[in-house]
Design a protein around this ligand. Structure first.
Ligand SMILES: Cc1cc2nc3c(=O)[nH]c(=O)nc-3n(C[C@H](O)[C@H](O)[C@H](O)COP(=O)(O)O)c2cc1C
Length: 189
């Protein structure tokens, strides 16, 4: 059975972001894919210390000197067949918590390990305010993914205005993603 990790970040467990990840996870599960949800806000994830004058052990051997939950999440997404990245939009960007994880991941993976290269992902940004900033958030996520050689199959913004029709679409997106992971689908860049 294929496995997808749904990485998500918002302090709210019953908000727009949680609903978005629920819908895509349900679609994946109903289509026969195993899902593991990882709620980044619940974990102990420190931010990068930029040790070693900028490049530390991340660059030398692909590991981070900080001993917290980072390594385990990294291992789980490395072993997964697909990754869904779901962030609340803060300041037109991913959450601080997401960024802390993402920064350390990028240092280890893009410069040394390349474990995540070629992974096909889905990106989701959830903005509960004006809705401004979802595209910038998705762009930031995709930029980081690109540094690591991953690819986005889709980039989806969820805002208060569209949630009544986008949340059901996320369920369908989960089913389609499950199928693409099993049967393959590619795009040439
Ligand atoms: C620090 C902060 C910055 C935010 N920035 C934005 C923003 O740029 N655009 C927007 O539409 N909403 C913004 N919001 C609202 C969040 O996107 C909203 O709270 C989000 O949906 C997270 O809540 P949820 O868990 O209910 O989804 C911000 C919220 C916070 C706390």
């Amino acid at each position: 059975m294929k496995k997808v990790v749904v990485l998500w970040s918002s302090p709210n467990t019953d908000g727009l972001t949680a609903s978005a990840k629920d819908q895509i996870a349900k679609g994946l599960i109903d289509a026969g894919t195993e899902v593991e949800e990882i709620h980044l806000n619940k974990l102990h994830l420190e931010h990068c210390r930029a040790c070693g004058n900028g490049w530390g052990t991340c660059n030398k051997n692909g590991t981070c000197i900080i001993k917290d939950d980072f390594e385990e999440v990294y291992r789980k997404i490395k072993e997964a067949d697909g990754i869904v990245w779901v962030s609340a939009v803060y300041w037109s960007d991913m959450t601080e918590c997401f960024k802390a994880f993402f920064d350390r991941l990028r240092r280890c993976d893009a410069t040394r390990n390349h474990f995540l290269a070629e992974k096909r992902c889905i990106l989701i940004a959830c903005a509960g305010g004006t809705g401004r900033g979802t595209l910038e958030c998705l762009m930031q996520l995709e930029r980081g993914l690109t540094h690591m050689g991953m690819r986005a199959y889709d980039r989806i913004s969820v805002v208060r205005y569209n949630k009544d029709y986008v949340l059901p679409a996320l369920y369908e997106a989960g089913k389609v993603y499950s199928d693409r992971i099993k049967n393959g689908f590619d795009m040439y860049y």
